[in-house]
Design a protein around this ligand. Structure first.
Ligand SMILES: [Zn+2]
Length: 378
């Protein structure tokens, strides 16, 4: 297949402050891996620590004063690498708390931080306007090829959805007073007086509720796409997609997380399917299957993210039976199956990990596979 897309997630700036690469060296390093696009953090779209450390140690912060997103963006353009600015839309705890935008689950309980994660309620117009303005500002300053929308979904720590998870026990969001009012306006369904809203809706109006949630998410994306296209008419929206294919997860990507692939196909240019097989305890072969599901449901470009190192092994995640390593063979198999499945590309992450392997450990087996996949095989 021509133009197989090879992407890199850059969720920290340690290439700059730790490995001392300048903009041109960084672009050339990515080019040497045959990377054709990056999904990256920037000063315009700050990123809080998730499973990946994005924040810079305090003693290194001064180094970032000189960091120039525009210079990096321009160097990438010269190297022919597309730039997608990453915005973790509904994962921004300081902004969420400032807006009082804490979601409520189906039992009526407010969400609390679980490990590193807490998501925001998706109907707070002031919060949405603030985040959207950051994206528009980044587009204006950097003239990006597009925006990558992370956490553009209903709250939920989907990485905990291991095989055997019960849908009924999973905390569903958001049943805050504002969401209930908007739901009533949109659907005409009113929760009877005296009933606990979450459980009543789940029992009596779950289809209408799911439609409301998927429309809520779709409308936000529709607006962002229109706004960035006023600045760059070719700008593309890449959606960070919960990788719940129907064969393994029923309709829960849609029902619980509010991402409806067929509906979103109108407003999303590229679906990035988070094929984190080790986190979800799925076999490698599942990654391409999940990608195919989204390809068939949307008809749009679909790329799958492939993890090169094991995650979620410590703290509350310990003892869940996740594999403790990802072998080069497994990584290679994942890349090759995605390519052979007629999908549009891959994303690997994170660049920081690959730089550490190459520059510190002098180990290039994973990076060699990345540079070879665009040529037809890892
Ligand atoms: Zn809400």
């Amino acid at each position: 297949m021509e133009n197989f897309m090879v992407g890199m997630k850059i969720y920290s700036l340690d290439w700059f402050w730790k490995y001392n690469l300048d903009y041109k060296q960084a672009s050339e390093e990515l080019k040497s891996l045959n990377v054709s696009y990056i999904i990256t953090m920037s000063k315009h779209l700050p990123m809080y620590n998730s499973a990946v450390d994005s924040e810079i140690p305090a003693e290194k912060k001064a180094l970032l004063d000189d960091f120039d997103d525009r210079a990096f963006r321009d160097a990438l353009k010269d190297a022919g690498i597309q730039y997608f600015g990453a915005c973790n839309f509904f994962f921004d705890p300081p902004t969420m708390y400032r807006h009082g935008n804490i979601p409520v689950d189906h039992t009526g309980a407010k969400a609390v931080e679980t490990d590193w994660y807490i998501g925001g309620c998706p109907t707070d117009e002031a919060y949405i306007a603030e985040r959207t303005a950051q994206i528009v500002d980044a587009m204006r300053s950097l003239h990006m090829d597009g925006v990558f929308l992370g956490f553009m979904r209903y709250p939920g720590f989907w990485e905990l959805w291991l095989p055997g998870t019960s849908e009924a026990d999973w905390p569903e969001y958001c049943f805050c007073p504002r969401c209930l009012e908007k739901f009533r306006e949109a659907s005409g369904v009113s929760v009877p007086q005296g009933s606990p809203a979450g459980s009543w809706i789940r029992e009596n109006a779950h289809a209408e509720w799911a439609n409301f949630k998927t429309n809520t998410i779709a409308e936000i994306i529709k607006d962002i796409r229109a706004r960035i296209r006023e600045i760059n008419p070719d700008a593309q929206v890449v959606l960070n997609t919960v990788p719940f294919d129907a064969a393994h997860y029923s309709q829960n990507g849609r029902k619980i997380f509010g991402q409806d692939p067929a509906l979103l196909a109108q407003y999303v240019d590229i679906f990035e399917v988070m094929g984190y097989h080790q986190i979800l305890k799925q076999p490698v072969s599942w990654i391409a299957q999940a990608g195919r599901y989204f390809k068939e449901a949307t008809g749009k470009k679909v790329v799958c993210t492939v993890q090169a190192k094991p995650l979620y092994l410590e703290g509350m995640h310990a003892g869940k039976g996740r594999a403790e390593s990802i072998t080069p063979e497994e990584f290679s198999m994942a890349l090759n199956e995605i390519r052979q499945s007629g999908l549009d590309g891959v994303v690997v992450f994170t660049w920081s990990d690959f730089l550490e392997q190459k520059l510190i450990e002098h180990e290039t087996v994973f990076t060699d596979m990345i540079s070879n996949i665009s040529k037809g095989g890892a």
